[in-house]
Ligand binder design. Structure first.
Ligand code: AHG
Ligand code: MN
Ligand code: MN
Length: 330
């Protein structure tokens, strides 16, 4: 049963209740509108010739898929002219992208992972778009983006799964909207999403086990020991390899997601990127009553040093995140 509250109505109500300004509401609408187009491209797949490799690499040294590049360009094109942002930054661009001179500058900065879970595109498994919105600052554009996650004024993701869903927080809880393809609108279907404090489900890429640090080794060994171990209960495991899909599962039924620091490349403190993956997801998870740390500190409290900086991520049900974080201090 779908509700009759559209994203437009939800944003209008939030403006009337004065915790959202007009430009921020318009920016969220513009991001959502663009993600409907990305959803169309994703769902067309081979019919539109959008699967496969782009034949290029990004600044992270990762091969780009065609859809990584297409989704990135759609977001740039969908937002540049709006007068709502003064710059955009993305996983797929080495430097922040200024707004072309012919368009007005806006009060916000937009960061995004245009297509998260790229390894799943060609095998028709869920992918998503992650976004983070900050207030514009002073000085050189790129340095304006380097604000702690706690400064985000809104964050969200769009999951391109069996349903296309927008999950959004403007700092007043977390709301889930399902795209109604008949009218092209996101409709509020999951109001005030909250993460259960306890869980029996974890998500980690077990193939990296030999590279993990001791606290993570200990925590996962205890989960695997199940009923016969110190936890006294059995745990189940999931790994989609799309952070958007894992976080959505956790927002829906609880769980813990970890992409911890590992010893594969000592120069990288984790795989995921702080600015457009970990920060927006941590903001959502905290807004839903969960927790998100790098093993020691709240992710949203970290002072960023670079647009593409990586971070260890442990997020989800509060009791579990607190336990594994505690192990890092023992
Ligand atoms: P992206 O496709 O944007 O590069 O991000 C993929 C991320 C994340 O979504 C997922 O949790 C993780 O990488 C999967 O990594 P592994 O392939 O190492 O499991
Ligand atoms: Mn990603
Ligand atoms: Mn990506």
């Amino acid at each position: 049963m779908s509700s009759s509250i559209s994203l437009a109505r939800f944003l209008a109500t939030a403006q009337q209740q004065q915790h959202l300004d007009h430009d921020l509401a318009a920016l969220i609408s513009a991001v959502a509108r663009t993600c409907v187009s990305i959803s169309d491209a994703v769902s067309q797949g081979a019919l539109a010739g959008v699967l496969g490799e782009a034949g290029t690499g990004n600044v992270q040294g990762e091969d780009q898929k065609k859809l990584d590049v297409i989704a990135n360009q759609m977001l740039l094109d969908g937002l540049a002219w709006t007068g709502l942002v003064s710059g955009m930054a993305s996983e797929e661009m080495e430097h922040a992208s200024p707004i072309p001179a012919e368009y007005p500058q806006g009060p916000y900065l937009l960061l995004f992972d245009p297509l998260d879970g790229s390894s799943n595109i060609d095998v028709n498994i869920s992918v998503g778009t992650i976004f983070s919105i900050l207030k514009r600052g002073e000085g050189e554009l790129e340095s304006q983006f380097l604000q702690a996650g706690s400064q985000q004024v809104a964050a969200g993701y769009v999951l391109y799964g069996p349903q296309t869903m927008l999950v959004l927080s403007t700092g007043q809880g977390v709301q889930g909207f399902t795209l109604d393809r008949h009218c092209g609108e996101f409709m509020l279907t999951q109001a005030n999403m909250t993460i259960p404090t306890a869980t029996k489900e974890f998500a980690i890429n077990m193939s990296n086990q030999r590279h993990w640090e001791a606290p993570v080794q200990r925590y996962i060994a205890e989960l695997l020991a199940g009923k016969t171990g110190v936890r006294g209960k059995d745990f189940n495991m999931r790994w989609v390899a799309s952070m958007v899909a894992e976080v959505h599962r956790i927002l829906t039924r609880g769980g813990i997601f970890m992409y911890p620091r590992d010893a594969r490349d000592p120069s990288k403190p984790g795989k995921l990127r702080l600015m457009y993956e970990a920060n927006p997801m941590s903001f959502l998870v905290e807004q839903a009553g969960g927790a998100a740390t790098n093993g020691r500190e709240r992710i949203v409290s970290l002072q960023p040093e670079g647009l593409h900086q990586r971070v260890s991520v442990i997020l989800g049900s509060k009791e579990e995140v607190e336990r594994v974080t505690q192990y890092h201090f023992e």
